[in-house]
Design a protein around this ligand. Structure first.
Ligand SMILES: Cc1cc2nc3c(=O)[nH]c(=O)nc-3n(C[C@H](O)[C@H](O)[C@H](O)COP(=O)(O)OP(=O)(O)OC[C@H]3O[C@@H](n4cnc5c(N)ncnc54)[C@H](O)[C@@H]3O)c2cc1C
Length: 396
């Protein structure tokens, strides 16, 4: 087992780092929005940056060349993801959704036209997707979804309601799961569609998240007519396609690098701060906590490396992706909670206070970390997947 990157990969990492130092706009650094905190201004900056990455071929580096990628190895994709996350580059979570979850799913199941239109647009940075999965009565039990798509002539007519649709108000397309056969067993009557978000009959209503930002939406479909060609893959095969797309969703590889940056910030704070005449860095409890975070984050990083390695071998991470997601979400929460203890009452102050430390990032991370073990399937559901697919335990 060789854990070293090759010389060529190290050169690539240096090239990416140098490019990022020049290209991250000063305004983005000033705004420093955390995950789920985009505003209109930061979204604009992120879209601009996304296109720049697209022009360089670094947005979807492992995509085939015919669809706008560079066919770079998955290890180089991992290096890019790590550097983008560590440098807090201007990328919204919807870019991850679009490039790493929806794009690969279209390449697996889509028609040639869908690949040419959507995947190429994704690789260029021109296209953003949102996910239309959850409904008021279908979250963990997603197969209960009730949104209907009925075939009428050359079209499908969609009626129903989606919820928790992240950035649906800003997305170009929705990757929609809808029921096409209400009489089939619930896992067997679902299909996947690509829906233009400007289609008449779509109403979007904002939901404000725990950070007081508009990231979620309710999306209503009232007699929304879409061309038949919007169907992705086979009709009524959507559950299988959804499971593949969700495995991509759980295979995120950059989070440990983002967390590493936070841990380094806490180490710096502990070294530079004195409390009751004693440097925080001398406090054995704080030293212990920081060391524990370093151990956990290293494990999270290795799990992400395993995912990248599996992709590089043409394997499809499934329970391995769930393991990585559970662990990462818990390391993320642990980092935020430990950070709050280390910062003490200063950690509770928001950005508008002159006494706020680390730009109030730890407190905001603490709030957003609550959602990380829920989106994409809660940690209970991930553990259930690990039990069934990983350990071969019975379903019930
Ligand atoms: C930040 C964020 C972004 C999101 N973005 C999107 C999006 O863009 N598009 C989209 O469609 N959805 C999105 N979601 C929704 C997400 O997929 C659901 O919240 C998630 O699947 C859980 O469903 P639920 O909220 O209905 O909770 P429920 O399913 O009602 O679950 C409630 C609790 O019960 C537990 N539970 C439920 N069933 C079981 C079981 N069988 N065994 C053990 N425990 C169980 C769950 O673990 C959870 O703790 C997002 C969610 C978050 C937090």
């Amino acid at each position: 087992m060789d854990f070293k990157f090759t010389e060529d990969e190290e050169v690539f990492r240096r090239e990416v780092r140098q490019w990022l130092e020049q290209e991250i706009p000063q305004r983005w650094i000033e705004l420093d929005p955390g995950i789920w905190e985009e505003t209109e201004e930061s979204w604009g900056l992120a879209r601009e940056f996304q296109r720049k990455l697209g022009q360089k071929g670094w947005l979807a580096p492992s995509y085939p060349k015919e669809y706008g990628g560079l066919e770079l190895s998955h290890m180089k994709r991992l290096i890019l993801a790590e550097e983008l996350a560590y440098s807090r580059a201007p990328l919204s979570i919807e870019v991850e959704v679009t490039v790493n979850w929806v794009g690969p799913s279209i390449m697996l199941f889509g028609t040639e036209n869908q690949k040419k239109d959507c995947v190429t647009g994704i690789a260029k940075g021109d296209t953003i997707f949102c996910l239309g999965y959850s409904e008021p009565n279908a979250g963990s039990d997603l197969a209960s979804l009730q949104t209907r798509a009925v075939e009428v002539g050359d079209e499908y007519v969609i009626n129903g309601q989606k919820t928790w649709c992240s950035y649906g108000h800003l997305a170009d397309y929705c990757w929609l799961a809808a029921r096409t056969d209400p009489d089939a067993p619930k896992h067997k009557g679902i299909s996947i569609f690509i829906v233009d978000m400007k289609t008449p009959g779509i109403t979007i209503r904002p939901l404000i998240n725990i950070l007081d930002c508009h990231s979620f939406n309710e999306v209503f479909f009232d007699d929304v007519r879409i061309p038949k060609e919007s169907l992705v893959g086979q009709k009524n095969n959507g559950w299988y396609q959804l499971m593949m797309a969700l495995d991509f969703e759980r295979s995120s590889i950059g989070y440990a690098a983002a967390n590493q940056r936070v841990i380094e910030g806490l180490v710096k704070y502990a070294k530079e701060t004195t409390r009751n005449g004693e440097p925080l860095a001398n406090n054995p409890l704080i030293r212990n906590e920081l060391a524990q975070l370093a151990v956990e984050n290293e494990v999270a990083r290795m799990m992400a490396y395993r995912i990248a390695w599996m992709f590089s071998k043409g394997l499809h991470p499934s329970h391995e992706a769930s393991m990585s997601m559970v662990f990462l979400s818990e390391v993320n929460r642990h980092t935020a909670n430990a950070g709050m203890q280390i910062l003490g009452h200063y950690g509770e102050l928001d950005r508008d206070s002159k006494w706020a430390v680390m730009k109030a990032g730890i407190m905001r991370m603490c709030l957003s970390s609550l959602s990380i073990g829920v989106g994409g399937g809660s940690n209970e559901i991930q553990r259930s997947i690990i039990a069934i697919r990983g350990l071969g335990l019975p379903r019930k």
